[in-house]
Write a protein that binds this ligand. Structure first.
Ligand code: IMP
Ligand code: MG
Length: 200
């Protein structure tokens, strides 16, 4: 049958790269927004301007975009910087070998620094990030994560600000990926085990 809107029908015929049907929702948009607002209030109570927020890429980009605007509503206007660390090679297992991708941070002598990341899992990424920023001269380094999986910890790292503490499930959405998929989902959900074994 002929169709008038070829582009739309093509898009519907194409398999959804995100396969959102394999994602079991855990935290919805309003629940996340409420936690982000509460975290911003806690940070604003502890940090006066000036301070520096270092956003861990890529996973924290959605969380960070919402959190810095919530901080602005709370009267805090931190400087923003980025740090890209890599430990995952398209899998759900951390390699344990965490590397800086791209530029190392500039001189941070005397600065109060807050690192934002999507999730604290084994702790290796944030332990490395903390060491790098302290090594760049930061006077204080605190950690803020949207999600925490304490059962998975392999090194001694504790976040100062946590959105949600969760069990040992692999989560995606709101910036978090599985092999670069699902980052754009506006909610956070658990990825079904079968979705990890299916080819793209
Ligand atoms: P860690 O070094 O093991 O703490 O891992 C931290 C990084 O692993 C996070 O910044 C994420 O990129 C990734 N990660 C760990 N757990 C998950 C998950 O459940 N979903 C998506 N990414 C995860
Ligand atoms: Mg990731």
């Amino acid at each position: 049958m002929a169709t008038e809107n070829t582009a739309a029908s093509d898009a519907m015929a194409r398999p959804d790269r995100n396969q959102a049907e394999n994602v079991q929702p855990l935290f919805g948009e309003r629940e996340i927004a409420a936690r982000v607002e509460a975290i911003a209030a806690s940070i604003a109570a502890d940090f006066a301007d000036p301070f520096l927020i270092v956003i861990a890429l890529k996973g924290a980009f959605v969380f960070a975009a919402d959190l810095v605007r919530a901080l602005s509503r709370h009267g805090r206007h931190p400087e923003i910087s980025f740090l890209r660390l890599s430990s995952y090679a398209d899998s759900t297992r951390s390699s344990g070998d965490v590397r800086v991708v791209g530029d190392a941070p500039q001189d941070l002598t005397g600065q109060r620094v807050l690192i934002l990341d999507d999730i604290l899992d084994t702790g290796r990424t944030l332990q490395r990030a903390r060491t790098i920023l302290a090594g760049a001269g930061a006077a204080e380094v605190r950690l803020c994560v949207l999600l925490d999986k304490p059962a998975r910890r392999e090194v001694d790292v504790t976040a100062d600000y946590v959105g949600f503490s969760i069990d040992d499930v692999f989560v995606v959405g709101y910036g978090l990926d599985y092999a670069e998929r699902f980052r754009t989902l506006p909610y956070i959900g658990a990825l079904a085990a079968k979705a990890k074994t299916e080819p793209d």
